[in-house]
Design a protein around this ligand. Sequence first.
Ligand code: FDA
Length: 382
Amino acid sequence: NKKYDYLIVGAGPFGSIFAYEAAKRGKRSLVIEKRDHVAGNTYTHQEHGITVHDYGAHIFHTDNKEVWDYVNHFADFNNYQNQVIANYKGELYNLPFNMNTFYKMWGTKTPAEAAAKIEEQKKVAGINGTPKNLEEQAISLIGTDIYQKLIKGYTEKQWGRKATELPSFIIKRLPVRYIYDNNYFNHRYQGIPVGGYTQIFDKMLDNDLIDVQTNTDFFANKDEYLKEFPRVLFTGMIDQYFDYKHGQLEYRSLKFETETIDENNHQGNAVINYTDAETPYTRVMEWKHFEFGAGDEDKTIITKEYPAEWKPGKEAYYPINNAENNDMAKKYANEAKKVGNVIFGGRLGQYRYLDMDQTFHEAFEAVKKEFNLGSDFKFEEK
Ligand code: FDA
């Protein structure tokens, strides 16, 4: 196709940033997207004046000033801070584990008291040597009470397996804070774009040099696309691109159930985790609280998030980075290097869990490389 310099597969953050930056450099792109909307998993829509995140809660948090300044050019960010509540059989605790959690659990008031309590619990549990499974690993890090009430049920639901049957590497460390601070993230910059994420990618793609085709799957016409386009950016699944020749990479999926309720304020917080084993969902989001209660006064929208097995054809959310999958991903990455005219990027193209800020950074790196901008180049919006 002589009209375009690039075919971009996927209108998520990675593909959109690439198309936008290519257009700045006079290059034309056709962006194809198999869903009926742009913005990938960050997609949000409005209902009753409330911004709903369709693929799970998205909070922008970063230490990367370049990325933060850049994304702020496309939307106004509020100063939302994620502060999650855990509900264990009706008992409420603050997350992440901090002095408020410990006070509620044990009545400890000083950092020394809390640290002593955790040490005592670790000792009683008596785990010696290398932890054999996730349960032992968690107890050796935080003791039995927090493990039993706040980790065990949640983790078992998420992975669909007993904690004693899960590998210990899933929990490498557990953030423990000996301060009264409920902010989930340690990053310097954090917020939610007022009105949602979709506007960011709409603005990037609204360009004379960019055409967008939704409801279009690359694999319906892979051979023709590769013949017609001189350069391709592919942000879909890397194993599918290579016809699964080294096997199928595994993911974890999720199921979302959204309902509108005739009530102003349903749960009083943006996110509540259900950490017992019996409640079938892992968390409930109440969307208006991400924007400080914005939206109709007599309505609220909540979404229950359920863990789900992933099978081909289902939404792939989290890569399962065990040794087997990582080895396989490496083989695909080596194949990818041999394909001269295709760039592989984004969370599915790289088989990596990427937060949004990392996705922006990775897209910047790909643009620098593609346009020979040099490693010191800074992305700035005026
Ligand atoms: P993304 O998946 O967004 O986009 C890829 C696009 O390509 C999709 O639209 C897809 O339909 C399309 N596509 C795939 N194959 C195709 C094909 N064959 N043909 C055409 N189109 C195709 N990050 C963060 O910073 N804070 C947070 O709070 C969260 N929260 C969060 C919750 C959940 C549940 C998940 C799964 C993820 C997050 N994230 C997050 C991560 C965030 O979603 C992620 O960083 C970006 O979506 C990555 O952007 P990409 O463009 O790489 O992929």
